[in-house]
Design a protein. Structure first.
Length: 254
């Protein structure tokens, strides 16, 4: 991080809001100086200081919005911001070249509960408890997926352009964080994906409905089937509990 080598430059940094959680304690919520290699870019230094680039929405250098490839110069003042909740920064230069055209996720290992919740809401979400970081990066690049993880080093990988560091430990709180941060309310399509394999559901055929227990067929008219794993779904008591969870999640955003 620090360098006294010839040709190095000194820049001052200030990180805002939740980005401070990634910093060393002595750097949090204050302006501090860092010596950087002359060729260092804003992205290199932001990640060297501990903040994954996927968590950053806006970088100002000397009051001007810049991209991640901006080389740092002697005396630069760098301000780094996360996603803005109440300020429209549309006229400013975003650090990513373009938004993703559709919202698709890939969840790191140990985020099975979060993945289940996103599939319940209708979001295309890949999850494998044994997936390796290289495969996460490959799928994120090839399929333009947003990476969800509690591993900040994974989010620093060059190929990952869109990601979200998941702070909470409980799946319900994780879903709330992702839902609010990525403003997913307008995209929700509940009960359209298989909770087990992520495939889209379709109305079940008569021969598939025959697999359901007699008492279930007697009480329910609507069934959905999954072509991916062969699962069969109906609106039982478990469905009603999930419907209540979805309503509670949507309530704050109206």
């Amino acid at each position: 991080m620090h360098s006294d080598a010839p040709g190095s430059v000194t820049a001052s940094f200030r990180f805002y809001e939740e980005l401070n959680d990634f910093l060393a304690p002595q750097h949090r919520r204050r302006t501090f100086e860092v010596r950087c290699a002359r060729a260092a870019t804003t992205k290199h230094m932001v990640e060297t200081l501990g903040v994954p680039h996927t968590e950053v929405e806006l970088v100002l250098v000397n009051g001007e919005s810049v991209g991640f490839d901006r080389p740092l110069k002697e005396g630069d003042r760098v301000a780094v911001y996360p996603k803005f909740e109440a300020l429209d920064i549309t006229p400013l230069l975003r650090v990513r070249k373009r938004p993703l055209r559709s919202v698709r996720f890939i969840a790191d290992a140990h985020l099975g509960g979060l993945s289940h919740g996103l599939r319940l809401l209708g979001f295309d979400t890949l999850y494998d408890n044994h997936i390796h970081d290289d495969e996460v990066e490959r799928l994120a690049v090839d399929e333009q997926r947003i990476v969800l993880t509690r591993d900040r080093e994974l989010l620093k990988r060059r190929g990952i352009t869109h990601g979200c560091y998941v702070r909470p430990l409980k799946p319900r709180d994780q879903l709330q964080q992702v839902f609010e941060r990525l403003d997913l309310a307008r995209l929700v399509r509940p009960f359209t994906r298989c909770l087990r394999c992520n495939a889209l559901l379709r109305p079940a055929r008569d021969d598939e409905i025959e697999r359901a227990p007699d008492d279930v067929r007697a009480r329910h008219l609507r069934f959905a089937a999954c072509d991916g794993c062969g699962g069969l779904y109906w609106e039982g008591s478990h469905w009603r509990r999930m419907r209540a969870d979805i309503d509670a999640l949507l309530a704050p955003s109206g």
